[in-house]
Design a protein around this ligand. Structure first.
Ligand SMILES: Cc1ncc(COP(=O)(O)O)c(C=O)c1O
Length: 410
């Protein structure tokens, strides 16, 4: 019998499970008997199916076979220009197409930044808990991690900033915590990043999902306002996407950064997928130019706000003896922290599945796996009555967990 070659050691432990944690949660989300509060998925019933079909027809009429080719690595020039224009308008300084790389979702931006900037053993300074997809994207690069403290007061932050290849931040309605980072902390981080001479990767997929007022300027906008003249040059590498405002299946995302870094990322992209789909980029362009995206966002926001409120109200009644949380001002998730040290959310997860409800335990959002006392609960995918049922099932799961602990009353 011939033996298969083994993958590189960095991949081996990861791939040996056969499927990733993300795939496991996606699979649970597909089971009709389970209320899944686990995924990070938009509400599919508000995907704009007809508008996408009409945009595709217009795009094919406009571009013909051009958008069925491989196309430029950097993406459809007209969409690059439209995204550059969006950032010029939002930041008050000029960005050009040379500052934009179109990617297959923001996820590809994470992958390309890891490939381009990080060698094994190098440091990434990241907020924790953090996005599981970023940890997955960078695992093959074998980085070290340290925790970014947004107050910048934790011991060793200055040294970590100097050593880090980049700082990873999700300031708007972070995944998994839903936190909106205050503007003064953004400005202070940028001061430190500029002084340390490192990169600052700003991942901003949740920007459109602002429920309780504006999110305020991005880190990129802060930097642009400080340096308003000339070609854009600076430490901020900004990732955006249409996954939350239109549909994740379009797989249209972008990196905005200084032109020389965009050129390097484009080289890395070429060896990854040659080019992203020009067809979906052309659809996206139609939807941006016709202002459809801007008009569609308020509908999504109204739907998600109602769902957030339904989930939080039910949780206040049924879970607040054991968990605490802040109501997120945007995004897709409530981050529930256990008040009782007997609640280990990895253990709770088994009981939750027995009750046909799923959430994401906190351990997956930390590379050490040590964070066991919280859970990420999604409120965007299901209507209010299903969310309430999910919370009732979670309550039963907590009671089961506590009942198996000797001396603890449920
Ligand atoms: C923080 C964060 N970054 C990036 C992504 C990936 O987004 P995209 O669908 O554009 O690849 C997600 C997806 O939910 C996310 O939560």
């Amino acid at each position: 019998m011939t033996q298969s070659p083994s993958p590189r050691p960095a991949f081996a432990s990861w791939l040996s499970t056969g499927n990733s944690i993300t795939q496991q949660f996606m699979a649970i989300g597909g089971r009709p008997d389970v209320v899944s509060l686990a995924g990070g998925l938009p509400a599919s019933e508000i995907y704009p199916v007809e508008a996408i079909a009409a945009a595709q027809e217009r795009a094919l009429t406009r571009w013909g076979t051009q958008i069925l080719e491989y196309g430029a690595i950097e993406g459809l020039p007209a969409l690059r220009a439209a995204i550059a224009e969006r950032f010029s308008a939002a930041t008050g300084r000029r960005f050009g197409p040379e500052n934009v790389l179109l990617t297959t979702g923001a996820m590809q931006g994470l992958d390309l930044v890891g490939k381009t900037l990080v060698d094994p053993g190098e440091l990434i300074l990241s907020q924790f808990p953090t996005y599981l997809g970023a940890l997955d994207a960078w695992r093959p690069r074998m980085p070290r991690y340290e925790r970014l403290d947004w107050s910048l007061e934790a011991p060793g932050q200055d040294a970590a900033l100097r050593q880090a290849k980049f700082v990873y931040a999700v300031p708007n309605y972070s995944n998994p915590t839903g936190v909106l980072v205050p503007q003064d902390q953004r400005a202070a981080l940028l001061d430190k990043v500029e002084a340390a001479g490192t990169w600052l990767l700003e991942d901003d997929p949740y920007l459109p999902l602002q429920f309780d007022g504006p999110a305020g300027p991005s880190l990129l906008a802060h930097h642009a306002q400080r340096h308003p003249n000339g070609a854009y040059a600076g430490p901020v590498i900004y990732l955006g996407t249409l996954s939350k405002s239109l549909a994740p299946g379009l797989r249209v995302g972008w990196v905005v950064a200084e032109a020389s870094l965009i050129a390097t990322l484009a080289l890395a992209k070429q060896s990854t997928d040659i080019a992203s789909s020009l067809l979906t980029q052309a659809i996206a362009l139609e939807m941006i130019e016709s202002n459809f995206e801007a008009q569609h966002i308020p509908k999504i926001v109204a739907t998600y706000r109602e769902r957030r409120d339904a989930l939080c109200a039910a949780a206040t009644t049924h879970l607040s003896d054991w968990f605490e949380w802040e109501v997120p001002p945007g995004g897709m998730f409530v981050w529930m922290r256990a008040k009782d040290e007997a609640i280990d959310t990895d253990a709770l997860y088994t009981h939750a599945l027995a009750e046909n409800v799923a959430f994401v335990p906190s351990s997956v959002f930390d590379p050490s796996g040590a964070l066991k006392s919280a859970m990420r609960v999604n409120f965007t995918r299901s209507p209010p009555e299903v969310l309430v049922e999910g919370v009732l099932r979670l309550e039963r799961a907590v009671r089961r967990l506590l009942a198996e602990r000797p001396g603890r009353a449920a």
